[in-house]
Design a protein around this ligand. Structure first.
Ligand code: SF4
Length: 500
């Protein structure tokens, strides 16, 4: 199909249209006939205008739906693509009827709204979003709406941005959490043996009978229920769906955790879960990310049939000279061993990069503190003051932002960062129950462990050198990088220079 290079949005910054690389990508996606198209598109490629154009062409004249992972990203997109309508979750809109509440305290339209006595910020926004030609939602909201409410379902093609975190979002949505307070509220005893799945299945059977009766009674009186009872009916109905899942679908392969609540979550997604919670809601999906895992791993992780997927890996438009990855294998860092040599090298690199700003990925607070204590240029944050410290860093002349948690979402373009240090390879924490069960229960788990580590390194490196005219150096100092290099994208590997 012949397509123009026009970006179908009026923002003057898109007046030059698609770049040749974006244009080719749009054409490649449009020529695919698969149910799922994965786009591994690096930082600097200009993913948003390209994906918005893809959404337009794939859906026109039908409505387009674009999903992103966070409200911040939703706001950014809505600012750039002003013709698109964005809808957020209920909690973001005040309730007109009860001004001290937000709309998340209501699950159905109130009578006052239905008869037109009042406006409702959420219901009005949703009505517009459902009618809009182009709508931007976040993934959590889409999951909730399509699975529980039934709206925004049956769209032709759904675009999913930042699809590298889609697996986490789906697993979290599918997981069953049972809080002791819920048991107390509905006068339900705990199962006889809380560590045994059979006991939980028996318990689910009994609980379903008790809660099912309450649902039937409330439904019979639905037209006359007060607000709190309607809320309770909604919560009970959702709880019953989850209990049915516990009774019929949860197997010994799932992870069971008991801390302040009981939690069941699938160890991995499989085709049945992904079909039920995602794929059945649209004809086709375009999944994009700057750090998509290799095709085989991404498909297995998302419970997708590899034959249903086309995978496009796009080259970086940023010259290699502008984004060198300098790999200095100082030492293979192992748990409990001294990291002093690596810290020394980190400070040496900071000192070599005089008069410019840069970032150090500490991976843990302990390590970040140890590094930050070695140079007065370092600016470190804690859980509460990250935004304030980012501002302080951006206002500095030659600050070094030392962070254990900035592998995503931080845009240090241009002079905001000219160097990027990864002292330690960020392997997932093996004391985490999910991580350890994944690694020790299957060969795929071991592959996954290395692949997601490579993905995090690519994310970390992507905080700097944000566009084709931008530049920065990334330094990797942990010799354990050897074990994950093969999982990094081609454009990343091409930029690696080893220095001893
Ligand atoms: S529908 Fe009525 S009760 Fe519900 S959020 Fe809107 S104004 Fe409030």
């Amino acid at each position: 199909m012949e397509i123009s290079n026009k970006i179908p949005f009026s923002n003057p910054k898109f007046k030059d249209g698609l770049t040749p690389l974006q244009h080719k990508t749009v054409a490649d996606v449009l020529s695919s006939r698969k149910k799922i198209i994965m786009l591994n598109a690096p930082t600097g490629f200009g993913k948003s205008p390209c994906s918005m154009t893809i959404a337009h062409h794939l859906n026109y004249p039908n409505q387009s739906l674009y999903l992103c992972s966070s409200k911040i990203l939703q706001d950014q997109l809505a600012k750039d693509f002003t013709e698109a309508y964005q809808l957020k979750g209920r909690g973001n809109y005040p309730c007109t009827l009860l001004p001290t509440y937000n709309a998340d305290r209501c699950f159905q339209q109130c009578d006052e709204y239905k008869i037109g006595d009042i406006d409702c910020a959420y219901e009005d926004a949703k009505k517009e979003a459902l009618a809009a030609t182009f709508t931007i939602l976040n993934m959590h909201y889409y999951e909730n709406e399509t699975n529980y409410v039934g709206r925004f379902s049956k769209r032709k093609t759904v675009i999913i941005d930042e699809a590298d975190i889609l697996e986490d979002i789906l697993i979290d949505f599918i997981a069953l959490d049972i809080h002791p307070k819920t048991l107390e509220k509905f006068k339900l005893d705990q199962p006889k043996y809380v560590t045994k799945l059979d006991s939980w299945k028996e318990w689910a059977d009994k609980a379903l009978k008790i809660l099912g009766e309450k649902v039937i009674k409330l439904k019979a009186a639905e037209d006359h229920l007060d607000r709190e009872s309607k809320l309770e009916l909604n919560k009970l109905s959702r709880m019953c769906l989850k209990l049915n899942m516990l009774k019929n679908d949860i197997t010994e392969d799932w992870i069971f955790e008991h801390s302040e609540k009981f939690r069941f979550q699938p160890l991995w997604l499989d085709t049945k879960l992904t079909q039920q919670y995602l794929l059945k809601h649209a004809e086709r999906f375009v999944m994009m990310s700057a750090t998509m895992l290799p095709k085989v791993i991404a498909c297995k992780l998302l419970g997708l049939d590899i034959n249903d997927v086309d995978y496009l890996e796009i080259d970086s438009p940023i010259p290699i000279a502008n984004r060198p990855i300098i790999y200095k294998p100082i030492k293979k860092l192992k748990y409990g061993e001294s990291e002093d040599e690596v810290y020394k090298e980190t400070i040496k690199i900071i000192d070599e990069n005089k008069g410019v700003r840069g970032i150090v990925h500490g991976v843990s607070y302990t390590r970040a503190k140890a590094i930050a204590s070695l140079s007065n240029r370092c600016i470190i944050h804690n859980t509460y003051d990250k935004n304030e410290k980012i501002r302080q860093y951006c206002d500095s002349k030659d600050g070094v932002f030392v962070s254990p948690s900035s592998e995503r979402g931080l845009d240090l373009h241009g002079d905001l960062a000219r160097f990027n240090i990864i002292p330690k390879v960020p392997f997932p924490n093996t004391t985490d129950k999910v991580v350890s069960k994944r690694i020790y229960s299957s060969p795929f788990g071991k592959l996954w462990y290395r692949a997601v580590t490579a993905q995090t390194i690519t994310q970390m490196s992507g905080r700097t050198t944000r566009g084709i005219h931008d530049w920065s150096k990334t330094y990797i100092l942990d010799a354990a990088f050897d074990s994950v290099i093969e999982f990094t994208p081609k454009w990343f590997r091409e930029a690696i220079k080893v220095e001893f």
